[in-house]
Design a binder for this molecule. Structure first.
Ligand code: FAD
Length: 328
């Protein structure tokens, strides 16, 4: 017997269109798509995947819990959000979803606000809980308070905090794929896509890694950042590297490794913060980690207030010793 509560819980919208995100080179899906699909499936059993890059039409056949995947076949450069949104507006007219959804990543944040303005619909950002078809929860004040938001509009755009939803483990059936022609997209963009400079690393994706080792301003040089933070990460299987904004601003680490309010939000099993003071903007991006370890020479710095384990001392002495011990 299906009780009323279950029905209300699962089928809140006729259909949800999920913008599927690709990795830096654009040929594979990023891990966070599975978390967004979990969120989408809380709203509807008709979840449609949209890919903006034809090379990503690969999800066809994969068990992603999607009813269908549409790959947009446009002439304009769809890596630019101006063009992508024109194409998505065209797709909206064809598939008419009740909800547009994407990860609250740089990709989703670049597209969803523009799309919602073009469609004249509200945009709810950084949603961490879907309570009903019109009630959502989202963090505010850098995660220090959680707002319950009511949105009565029948159609809406939503960005999802991926770490707040479990990744979909297996869809019910292989996904069918189809191309949507959006050749009539006129590029009105005054921008030109030049290139993407990303931290090409052999390490796992920051957003979905089990272990994250982050370095702060205290590392001082890029060489030391790579040697000490990278060295520690290499000694722990499945570890990704992150950085504070001060470290990114100082050129110690690339921008896409930034953890925090204006960077990535991570929730790994283990987060090791090295030479990071624990400013609220940094903490907003990592406080949901299951175990937090902090290494800092200042025993009074705020990171120790949220750390499960703290090591007070000089990172330049502690890190090589720790890395050596872990390598054994
Ligand atoms: P610091 O605050 O300078 O801390 C360095 C720490 O290293 C100190 O605690 C010091 O005791 C310790 N240290 C120094 N030498 C050693 C040593 N040899 N061994 C051990 N420890 C040592 N920050 C983010 O990280 N992510 C964000 O997304 C972000 N968004 C922001 C958004 C806004 C709107 C604003 C205003 C700020 C934002 N910030 C963000 C910046 C944030 O406020 C802090 O400035 C930043 O997090 C500080 O980085 P840090 O901890 O590396 O540097």
């Amino acid at each position: 017997m299906i009780c009323r509560q279950q029905i209300q819980k699962r089928f809140l919208a006729n259909s949800v269109a999920v913008l599927l995100e690709g990795n830096g080179s654009g040929d594979a899906l990023t891990g966070n798509n599975k978390n967004v699909i979990t969120a989408a499936r809380k709203m509807s059993d008709n979840v449609i995947g949209i890919v903006l890059n034809k090379r990503l039409s690969k999800p066809a056949g994969e068990q992603l819990g999607l009813s269908k995947v549409f790959a947009i076949n446009g002439k304009a450069d769809l890596r630019l959000s101006e063009n992508a949104c024109e194409a998505l507006k065209h797709v909206d007219g064809k598939i008419k979803p009740d909800v547009w959804m994407a990860a609250h990543s740089a990709f989703g944040k670049n597209i969803m606000p523009r799309l919602s303005v073009m469609l004249g619909i509200p945009c709810l950002s950084d949603v961490i809980e879907i309570e009903s078809d019109n009630q959502f929860k989202r963090p505010i004040y850098a995660g220090n308070a959680i707002a319950s938001v009511q949105c009565d509009a029948p159609k809406k755009a939503i960005t999802i905090r991926s770490t707040a939803f479990e990744p979909l483990t297996s869809g019910d059936k292989p996904t069918e794929s189809e191309e949507i022609e959006a050749a009539d997209v006129n590029s009105t963009s005054q921008s030109e896509y030049l290139k993407l400079e990303s931290a090409e690393q052999a390490r796992p994706e920051l957003g979905s890694a089990r272990v994250v080792i982050s370095g702060g301003r205290a590392l001082k040089t890029k060489e030391d950042f790579d040697r000490l933070i990278g060295g520690l990460a290499d000694s722990i299987p499945g570890a990704a590297v992150g950085a504070s904004r001060a470290a990114v601003d100082a050129g110690l680490a690339p921008n896409d490794l930034q953890v925090g309010q204006t960077g990535k939000v991570v929730a790994p099993a283990l987060y090791i913060a090295v030479g990071i003071s624990g400013a609220i903007q940094h903490v907003a991006g990592m406080k949901d980690a299951k175990v937090i370890v902090a290494i800092n020479k200042d025993a009074d710095c705020p990171i120790f207030q949220i750390a499960d384990y703290g090591l007070v001392g000089d990172l330049f002495k502690i890190l090589p010793e720790l890395t050596d011990k872990l390598r054994v």
